[in-house]
Design a binder for this molecule. Structure first.
Ligand code: GLC
Length: 751
């Protein structure tokens, strides 16, 4: 009996095992979680019609328009296209519940059940909003930047988002451009490190439901739009392309970014969406990029407007044959790829290569095995806008603030100093945030007024707005402000530009402090009280008109959810400011573009009264008001003993650079020690300074440290017009200091 029982058990086990085997063998490979991604992609491609393949190249917008949506087909039509396998991705569909509903249609109602990718602009936070990327860059804290991105990814992933259109890696020198807020500042070396950190923060290892695909944008050179005007054209040489603009995209790609976004502009007369030199020769062949590209919003369709393509069929052909892939909002690929393949104008190999890369990341994210992996409402509620996330946002905001001026050590003040706060924006949540704040709402953010109330309590003896939403003022507002400050020891005035003018399609011809705000400051200066300017803006404004009206200038940028608490902590010394600007502050609008890594010209002048025949303006100084890398602390630092391991090295040698930095003040602080080089003479001219290393160090009051930097041949190299890296013998300079102007220097040469 026992044997019989065992026999039957064995039979059942064998049967279930073999049926599982059979089932597995009958299951299409692409549905088999045990098969390699490569094999799953290959199998799926072999099952897809050309129309379904073209559908994977089609990305449509959901609820929010982040571009001109005149011909939007509407929700119903999009869902029909989804059922027909004609949509591979949506942007701006947000929420665990919302994305699940759309994913269900893709997976359960289309022929092959291919899941869609949900993309969204998670630029500096999802619900918990961090400082704008330009402000975050001023922290010089790569670990903090990575942490910020990781928190943003975790909140976004919990809301069903698989992919962010960030980091924006565009180098720019133009504060007129509204998108300067979104990038990395003016330096290619640091901008590259920052972009890589942001990619790592967003993506992690892409093996959980807390990280999302990153997107390197806007490829390429979009930050060079002429005159800082949005969507304007770009015209830069290949030498500038390789040495100034490409390094940040390259660093982000090398950090493993899954996707790259075409930019709106042209390069050498060809829109980047169809620019084979940029997309195939450089990105894919030279850099070995293995991910996929997505266009910017209708940037494929705009090739017609640029005057490069004749119609949408021409657009689809030129874009995909140049190496571009997914089509945001033009619907050219989904409509014309089948026809173009049939006519032999686009090869099936080209289509399979593009579609295969998109499918790869859908498998990599695990969406074929669990399409609803990111659609978890319970997790969404649990991980979003938490106390811990807001604490991290506060930390990030602290280190993003840049102290530009602090005459007579006006700051810090104590918590019970009697203060007055003036400024419309200080108490206006709707002016607090910029355009790119995802699902963040300024009503749940801490305004300057909130933060000062929290910090000073009754010592905040008065608040008046001083000017109107547009920066204008009048005698009543000024008199009200002056009277309200009568009993204050220190007056804090929030001036700047509303956050509504920070972001895309927000170029301004006059990035200055509004006349009304200047008038207000002039009236307050007459009271004789110390005035502290708290400047909020998504760009470096021209501060010349207020520089001598105030004792201190605290540049607050746009700091996100914890704005008011962070600024209050800084002005009371709870946090000793350590930020260093990553963009030069122009002395005048006419000086734009002004940047530290400029060329020498044939007639440079270091002074402003040099006589005739020099490269300068006659009506303003030659330098910016505040230079790249500049930022004050409540303590002081002294640099000494700059020494080099050798004054002459071979190309294969390393150069060791030592410097001593002392905290010569009375409070502990953090200093960003910067190392620049100059290649004195080369086969193409080189900038007067190039940042090549930095260290952010903590120094207690009275403490000093000897720092050691190692430079290699790579640090001393540059690119020629063909993108070849060159290290040439010749004389060099090393500069080390706390900003790009006040530096110690040493000479050395490369044999
Ligand atoms: C916008 C922006 C781009 C953004 C995309 C989707 O036009 O240029 O940065 O990611 O459209 O919103």
């Amino acid at each position: 009996m026992k044997k019989l029982l065992l026999f039957f058990v064995a039979l059942i086990v064998y049967h279930s095992f073999s049926s599982a085997q059979n089932k597995q063998s009958q299951m299409p490979i692409y549905k088999n979680a045990k098969a390699s991604i490569e094999n799953r992609v290959k199998d799926l491609l072999s099952r897809m019609t050309i129309q379904e393949k073209a559908g994977q190249l089609n990305q449509l917008a959901g609820l929010i328009a982040t571009g001109p949506a005149a011909n939007d087909p509407g929700e119903k039509a999009k869902m029909t296209e989804l059922r027909e396998g004609k949509v591979g991705s949506f942007l701006n569909v947000i929420g665990a519940k919302e994305t699940k509903a759309v994913q269900k249609i893709a997976v359960e109602e289309s022929r092959l059940g291919i899941p869609v990718l949900f993309g969204f602009d998670v630029i500096h936070g999802f619900k918990t909003i961090f400082p704008i990327p330009l402000a975050e860059a001023c922290s010089w804290d790569l670990h903090q930047a990575e942490t910020n991105a990781a928190i943003a990814a975790k909140e976004a992933a919990a809301a069903g988002i698989h992919w962010t259109f960030a980091p924006m890696c565009d180098i720019t020198n133009d504060p007129r451009w509204g998108r300067i807020m979104e990038g990395v500042g003016e330096d290619p070396y640091y901008g590259g490190l920052l972009s890589a950190a942001r990619v790592k923060g967003f993506q992690g290892n892409l093996n959980d439901a807390e990280h999302i695909l990153a997107c390197v944008k806007h490829y390429a050179v979009y930050g060079a739009v002429e005159a800082g005007r949005e969507y304007n054209e770009v015209d830069v040489s290949r030498v500038m392309l390789w040495n100034k603009y490409l390094p940040t995209y390259k660093a982000a790609v090398e950090a493993g970014a899954a996707t790259v976004m075409n930019s709106f502009n042209v390069f050498e007369g060809v829109p980047t969406s169809a620019n084979k030199y940029l997309v195939t020769d450089i990105l894919k062949k030279k850099w070995g990029f293995k991910g996929f590209l997505v266009s910017d919003w209708n940037s494929f369709g705009e090739m017609i407007t640029h005057g490069y393509a004749t119609d949408k069929k021409d657009v689809a052909m030129k874009a995909i044959n140049a190496g571009s892939m997914m089509d945001m909002q033009t619907e050219a690929m989904v409509k014309y790829i089948p026809e173009l393949v049939k006519e032999g104008k686009v090869s099936m190999q080209t289509v399979d290569d593009a579609v295969g890369k998109i499918l790869y990341y859908k498998f990599k994210l695990g969406l074929f095995d669990d399409p609803y992996k990111f659609c978890n409402e319970e997790r969404e509620a649990k991980v979003t806008f938490t106390k811990a996330n807001r604490e991290e946002a506060l930390k990030a905001a602290h280190s993003s603030i840049v102290l530009l001026k602090n005459a007579n050590n006006t700051l810090p003040v104590s918590n019970n100093t009697k203060i007055a706060l003036v400024g419309y924006y200080a108490n206006s949540p709707e002016d607090l945030f910029d355009f790119w704040v995802g699902k963040g709402t300024s009503n749940d953010a801490v305004t300057l007024y909130d933060g000062f109330k929290n910090k000073f309590g009754n010592s905040l003896i008065a608040y008046t707005k001083g000017y109107n939403a547009d920066g204008s003022t009048n005698d009543n507002l000024i008199n009200e402000a002056v009277n309200a400050t009568a009993n204050a020891d220190v007056v804090f005035v929030n001036v700047g530009l509303t956050g509504k003018l920070a972001g895309e399609d927000r170029s301004v011809a006059n990035p200055v402090i509004a006349d009304g705000e200047v008038q207000l400051l002039k009236a307050l200066q007459k009271t004789g009280k110390p005035i502290v300017a708290l400047v909020t803006a998504g760009r470096p404004l021209v501060l010349t008109q207020i520089n001598n009206l105030v004792s201190s200038i605290v540049y607050c940028w746009i700091l996100g959810t914890e704005t008011g608490n962070a600024v209050a902590d800084v002005v009371t010394g709870l946090y000793n400011p350590s930020g260093k600007t990553v963009v030069s502050f122009p002395y005048a609008v006419g000086q734009i573009p002004v940047y530290y890594n400029h060329f020498n010209t044939g007639r440079p002048t270091a002074t402003d009264d040099a006589g005739n025949w020099f490269s300068r303006y006659r009506d303003i100084p030659n330098d910016p008001l505040y230079p790249f890398g500049f930022g004050l602390s409540y303590t002081t630092y002294q640099y000494s003993n700059l020494t080099l391991s050798s004054s002459s090295i071979k190309k294969t040698d390393k150069l060791q650079v030592n410097v001593t930095v002392a905290n010569t003040g009375k409070v502990d602080g953090e200093e960003v020690v910067q190392l620049y080089i100059r290649d004195i003479a080369a086969s193409i001219i080189r900038p007067v300074k190039e940042l090549k290393a930095f260290k952010k160090i903590a120094l207690k009051a009275g403490e000093s440290k000897e720092l050691n930097f190692i430079l290699t041949g790579k640090d001393l190299s540059f690119y020629d017009a063909d993108g070849n890296s060159k290290l040439e013998a010749g004389n060099f300079k090393i500069f080390v200091g706390g900003n790009s102007k006040d530096v110690l220097e040493k000479d050395f040469n490369v044999q």
